[in-house]
Structure formats: C-alpha cells, structure tokens
Design a protein. Structure first.
Length: 259
C-alpha cells in the first residue's frame, strides 16, 4: 500500500504503524466492496487478517420481485463469494432489518462484543456524516453504522464498566488504535491507498452482487472514475487508482488514560 504525498493530515503512516488484524463494518452486503475492497485485497495479500461485520441482512435490496422470498440467502451468498475474491472468509451479521438500522444500544453492544473478541488494529466503518455531494453514499443505514461504530469505539470498547455482561463473559476492555471511515464527505478524507494492483479484484467482487446492479456497465464506469479521481486528489501518477478514507487515531502516543 502506498500513501500519497498529500496525506500529511493523516495520522497513519504505513511504514511505521503495523496492521495485522482488521474488522470492517457495513450496513448491507456489497457496501464494503464498493468502499474498500481494493484496500482489503492489498491487506490480505500482505497477510493481514480481515473480518467483515454486516449489520443488516440486506432484505430490502434488489430490483427483481421474484427474488423477494430468497433475497437474504441470495445476498449472503453474494457477499461470501465477493469476500473470498479479496481474501476474506470471516463474515459476521448483526441481523438488523434493512432500512431500519439505528445506533441503538443493541447494535452498539454487538459492535463492542465483536471488537473485543477480535481485538483488531484497525476498525473500518462507514462514515457517520452525510455526503451532500453524492447523497446516495449516505443511505440512513450507512450513517447509522458510522454512528454506532464511532460511539462503540469510544468509550464503550475500552470502558470495562460499559456493557458489564460482556466483561462477565470474558470479553475484556480493549483500546483500539485506529478507526478508518469510508463513504463520507470528501472534505473529511485524509488518507488515500493506492489500489492500482487490486482494481480487478475489487471490480470482480462488486460484480458478484448481481442482484443489486441493474446497469452493470454504468456501475463499473462510476467505480473506475471514482478511483481515478481519488488518485488525482492523492497526487498519484496518471493511470493510478486509489481508495479514500477518513483515518482517526483512537489510541496512541498522544492519548493518555483514554483522554
């Protein structure tokens, strides 16, 4: 993974900060593939363990009425095939209803439980802020994911007295180093990952979600253009592709006793 010369605002330095385990959160099957599959493919190729947590079953997705009785199983199968293409086999669901997701304590507790179980170096999540330039990136479920994960990351994950039943079950408090957010406002993005070598894997993963794409050619064109624009914003050479993130340092040298 290569960072851009314009990433001075990003607190993350891939040459100095080691990543061995990543936990990715999304609202629906296919969200991660659009937002970060290139970066995830780069991580898994480097030996990083990556897990997914999809908060809803995607039961309100799709376009074909004939798929309604089987849409949950269909989307799960699509997500598992897509994940495998970028090196991920560990997939979790919170089984919330598609279109009704809220940053409730039920959801936050599920997030805290999984982070404490897996103890990742990076939590990757959808962004809690709305993108007014392209509101389709800001589905209400997407915003709910971002809010629930951000609330869970601090302070609940590292507070031994938050959701005490988790501690009673042996899931001890954990200080997360990094929170990476995707699908947020452009002006928040401070970190770009050169995914030029993983564009094909990303597009193959997205193509697996055939139930969600009525116009495959337009979808692929939009994704390619977005990655090229990210590369230009990052100051990468012509012909490169990049994914963009808002990286937040949660716990590091600058944090003392969680403050």
């Amino acid at each position: 993974m290569t960072d851009s010369p314009e990433q001075s605002q990003s607190p993350f330095n891939p040459d100095a900060h080691r990543v061995e385990r990543v936990l990715c959160f999304a609202a629906h099957p296919d969200d991660i593939d659009f937002g970060a599959a290139g970066t995830i493919a780069a991580w898994t190729a480097a030996g990083v363990q990556v897990s997914y947590c999809i908060m809803t079953d995607g039961d309100a997705g799709g376009f074909d009425p004939a798929h309604r009785p089987d849409i949950i199983a269909l989307r799960d199968a699509e997500q598992r095939r897509a994940a495998k293409l970028v090196g991920v086999t560990d997939i979790h669901y919170l089984h919330q209803r598609d279109g009704y997701l809220e940053p409730s304590h039920e959801v936050m507790k599920g997030v805290v439980r999984l982070i404490r179980e897996l103890r990742p170096d990076v939590v990757l999540s959808m962004h809690p802020e709305r993108n007014w330039k392209r509101i389709q990136k800001s589905h209400p479920d997407h915003l709910a994911v971002g809010e629930a994960v951000t609330r869970a990351v601090y302070p609940a994950v590292e507070n031994p007295f938050a959701y005490p039943e988790l501690a009673d079950a042996g899931l001890e408090a954990y200080k997360l180093p990094w929170l990476w957010l995707y699908a947020g406002p452009d002006e928040r993005e401070n970190h770009f990952v050169d995914v030029t070598g993983h564009v094909d894997a990303k597009l193959q993963a997205i193509h697996v979600h055939v139930s969600q794409h009525p116009d495959v050619e337009a979808m692929e064109s939009t994704v390619r253009q977005g990655m090229r624009l990210n590369a230009a914003r990052a100051g990468l050479a012509d012909g490169r592709s990049a994914e963009a993130f808002h990286v937040v340092a949660v716990n590091g040298p600058g944090t003392i006793a969680g403050f």
